[in-house]
Design a binder for this molecule. Structure first.
Ligand code: 13P
Length: 247
């Protein structure tokens, strides 16, 4: 199976940014966009209700692994679904770092999403220290191990993976297309050992300083199926050109 069997995927991660006026801008400017990719905006939860555009889906930036109940400040899959979310980012490096989310917790969140019908975008990726020590593959494999232990092959096939090297996030320092491809190929090879069809079908996104001027070369790599976009997803024009680069 070639790359063509995997539909390109571009998701914007607004992080703790945005406003209702940005939502309105996206509703308007993305309305007429024709792109082949699946397009998702993961905005802050407070803005989700404002989207009314059928050219893209919406997603959350985090989700609880628990059912509704006494968990102050958390949002359940059930709530996010009611708010219109079809996706949730899990395990973003900023949450792993700021909130101390472990590989196990990230896997539990991914499992909860799949079992209740939303698609988790599972983030993995190494720090500069890990890269410089030559440990990228073992580090990423450990992040994936937890997910593979918790989810069945069928469940894994309902996930999207995002490779986001921490040193490339918000730094303007993008992984070169070769560096991205190397890790994406490693990740696909990792899934190959789990199940061949899973490996061919699963979409692996690259994230880390993707911009309109570097998106096309990154997305052209054999195992790069699209992107998870931070800063450049806050400007409709830039985000649109990145979505079109995935065609
Ligand atoms: P930047 O595109 O701002 O580097 O952020 C990437 C990211 O963290 C997306 O989740």
């Amino acid at each position: 199976m070639s790359k063509n069997v995997r539909k390109p995927f571009v998701a914007g991660n607004w992080k703790m940014n945005g406003s209702m006026s940005l939502v309105a801008d996206f509703n308007e400017k993305l309305a007429s966009v024709s792109a082949q990719a699946d397009i998702v905006i993961c905005s802050p939860a407070t803005l989700l209700h404002g989207f009314n555009n059928s050219t893209f889906s919406i997603g959350a930036q985090n989700v609880s692994h628990l059912d509704n109940g006494a968990h102050t400040g958390e949002l359940s899959v059930e709530m996010l679904k009611e708010a219109g979310c079809e996706y949730a980012i899990v395990g973003h490096s900023e949450r792993r770092e700021d909130q101390g989310e472990s590989n196990t917790l990230v896997a539990q969140k991914a499992k909860k999403c799949v079992s209740e019908g939303i698609t988790p975008i599972i983030c993995v990726g190494e720090s500069l220290d890990v890269r410089e020590a030559g440990n990228v593959e073992s580090f990423v494999a450990a992040q994936l191990d937890a997910v593979v232990e918790a989810l069945s092959v069928e469940e894994l096939s309902k996930t999207v993976v995002a490779y986001e090297p921490i040193w490339a996030i918000g730094t303007g320092k993008t992984a070169s297309p070769q560096q991205a491809q190397e890790v994406h190929e490693f990740i696909r090879g990792y899934f190959e050992k789990v199940d061949a069809d899973l490996a061919q079908g699963i979409r692996i996104l690259y994230g880390g300083s993707v911009k309109p001027d570097n998106a096309e070369t990154l997305f052209a790599q054999k195992d790069v199926d699209g992107g998870l976009i931070g800063g450049a997803s806050l400007k409709a024009e830039d985000f649109i050109s990145i979505c079109q680069a995935a065609d």
